[in-house]
Design a protein around this ligand. Structure first.
Ligand code: TUI
Length: 323
């Protein structure tokens, strides 16, 4: 299939992998890109040297396009931004802030720029500044989140900008992809779905938490401090929520807790780490490879998309009868 997203990014399928700070490395990104999607190396929390090494490694693992995600709250953003120009990375996605100051330089270097937005206001600003596409990311997502749901945000963004929109937040299979396209998207971004794939470098304990989780097993911390993030409910999250009730008194303890919390999660400390994951983990039960996730999603979406509403309703009723 072709959409403005596959044409823009030079990829086979309109599926891109979410950033996932401290998780998405060259091997995961290359596996996604080799599977026909767009793999993304997460620069969030990483050093310039690590990013350089990972981009070079990814290039040795695939000839397909590769992207990087820049976390705008990071202190080393100016250095990362310059490095990615030098390396001529194919695509830059951004999150947790506005990349307004960097778009011109990235475009001049021939890089496709795809900011992640959580509101129509930022989407229209990004389009005006020359972004090639936007990711409209709903609050169902894992990690740093905005307020609006994917269901409300995606159509609103699609009505606001004429560049292609990639939907994110709560999408992990063909059903989600068809729903996103019905809302106006021309591509999807999935993070949580790639957490449990074979090529994802997180600890087995983290993967098991995601595979075992039910719909009500995520929690949002940081609303009190202005940095809301969705993660698997665990000891860390419960304690953070308690302390946040009085940020003034507990600010320092909270800061200490968050130090290294992503790293702890990734290395398997499922009690004291931030196990970032989105709400859709409730329907993820298989492990698969990255390429199989993409193939299965496309097959399921194409089969569903070929149905009319009457046929969809009948298929849904038939599935319910089998429960
Ligand atoms: O960025 C993400 N998700 C992330 S970043 C991350 S790293 C982290 N580590 C520790 C604590 C917190 C984060 C983990 N997950 N998604 C993209 C995203 N961007 N979602 C929402 C936004 C966003 C929100 C507000 C983008 C811009 C914005 O406002 C900027 C402005 O200037 O209006």
């Amino acid at each position: 299939m072709r959409t403005r997203i596959t044409d823009l990014l030079g990829i086979r399928y309109p599926i891109i992998q979410g950033g996932m700070a401290r998780i998405a490395d060259a091997r995961l990104a290359a596996a996604v890109s080799n599977g026909g999607g767009l793999g993304i190396i997460a620069c969030g929390g990483a050093s310039v040297d690590w990013v350089e090494e990972q981009v070079k490694l990814a290039r040795s693992l695939t000839d397909a396009p590769i992207g990087c995600n820049v976390m705008m709250m990071d202190r080393n953003v100016p250095d990362i931004a310059a490095l990615l120009c030098e390396l001529r990375i194919d695509v830059i996605a951004t999150g947790a802030g506005s990349p307004a100051d960097y778009i011109d330089a990235w475009k001049e270097a021939g890089i496709k720029v795809v900011p992640v937005v959580a509101s129509t206001a930022l989407a229209s600003r990004m389009a005006r500044l020359g972004a090639d596409a936007v990711v409209a990311e709903g609050t169902e997502s894992g990690g740093h989140i905005g307020e609006l749901t994917t269901m409300a945000l995606v159509p609103a963004v699609c009505e606001t900008v004429d560049i292609p929109v990639i939907a994110a937040g709560g999408i992990a299979d063909g059903r989600g992809m068809v729903a996103a396209f019905a809302l106006g998207a021309e591509g999807v971004q999935c993070g949580t779905r790639f957490l449990t794939v074979e090529e994802c470098p997180i600890a087995e304990e983290y993967k098991l938490k995601v595979l075992d989780a039910k719909d009500s097993d995520t929690i949002v911390t940081g609303r009190g401090t202005g940095h809301p993030a969705r993660m698997v409910k665990n000891q860390f999250a419960r304690k953070a929520r308690k302390l946040e009730a009085n940020v003034e008194a507990n600010g320092e303890e909270l800061e200490q807790m968050y130090l290294g919390a992503l790293r702890r999660a990734v290395s398997g400390d499922v009690d004291n780490g931030t196990l970032m994951a989105g709400q859709i983990m409730a329907v993820i039960r298989e492990r698969k490879t990255a390429a199989d996730v993409i193939e299965d999603m496309m097959r399921e979406a194409e089969a569903l998309g070929a149905l009319d509403l009457q046929q969809m309703a009948e298929a849904n009723a038939a599935r319910a009868r089998q429960l």
